[in-house]
Design a protein around this ligand. Structure first.
Ligand code: FAD
Length: 179
């Protein structure tokens, strides 16, 4: 059984998978598109504005303002830039700290896939999660059968751009578990 199933193979899901995999967890990412990271591919006009050097907790709205403080203290924009450099992705600053790939957003998706492979993350594409229930563990109905996991991460994103895979799944799960 997986330690964690991450539903959604976008930027959030893939990055979460890498970090959990690095901590020795057995991780599976489920993505209903035939490929992961489709929204990343169109981001930044195809060049992915992958971070901003001036990012601070004050740039985020949250019911718990301390969350962003601790998250950004543990992983900074400079940490992401180091990862981009490690993968020899050429980038430039457009203005006001905005960093873009010089070539293509594809490089960011390839970087995330390479890091997933390194962290031994299993990625299952063309598989849609239909439902999640919880008893002692989580059980999921998918288009490829039932799955079980000790932990589930919902990383199915928001509703923008349904034609590239966006769904209201995350909102429905939040309602179901009364979050
Ligand atoms: C045109 C455009 C340009 C942008 N440019 C930038 C930019 O340059 N820089 C920047 O930082 N941000 C940019 N953004 C915003 C950024 O792309 C998103 O904030 C980010 O990609 C969201 O990542 P995510 O992982 O949360 O969600 P998503 O990328 O939406 O990933 C969610 C994934 O879950 C999958 N999914 C949904 N339901 C299910 C299900 N039931 N079962 C299995 N899989 C499911 C979806 O197919 C999708 O792949 C842009 C957004 C758009 C639309």
């Amino acid at each position: 059984m997986n330690d964690v199933v991450i539903i959604g193979g976008g930027a959030a899901g893939l990055f979460c998978a890498i970090e959990a995999g690095k901590r020795g967890r057995r991780v599976m990412v489920i993505e209903h598109n035939a490929q992961v990271g489709r929204k990343i591919l169109i981001s930044g006009g195809g060049r992915c504005n992958f971070t901003n050097l001036g990012t601070t907790a004050e740039n985020f709205l949250s019911e718990n303002p301390h969350f962003c403080k601790s998250a950004l203290a543990r992983y900074t924009p400079q940490d992401f830039v180091r990862l981009v450099r490690k993968h020899k992705i050429d980038y430039y600053e457009k203005k006001l700290g905005q960093l873009f790939c010089r070539e293509s957003s594809r490089q960011i998706v390839d970087m995330l896939l390479a890091e997933c492979e390194r962290a031994k993350v299993e990625i299952r594409v063309s598989c849609e999660v239909k439902s999640v229930t919880r008893n002692d563990i989580f059980e999921m109905e998918t288009t490829a059968g039932k799955l079980r996991a000790k932990n589930v991460v919902i990383a199915t994103g928001g509703l923008s751009y349904p034609k590239i895979g966006a769904t209201d799944f995350g909102y429905r799960i939040a309602d179901q578990f009364a979050i």
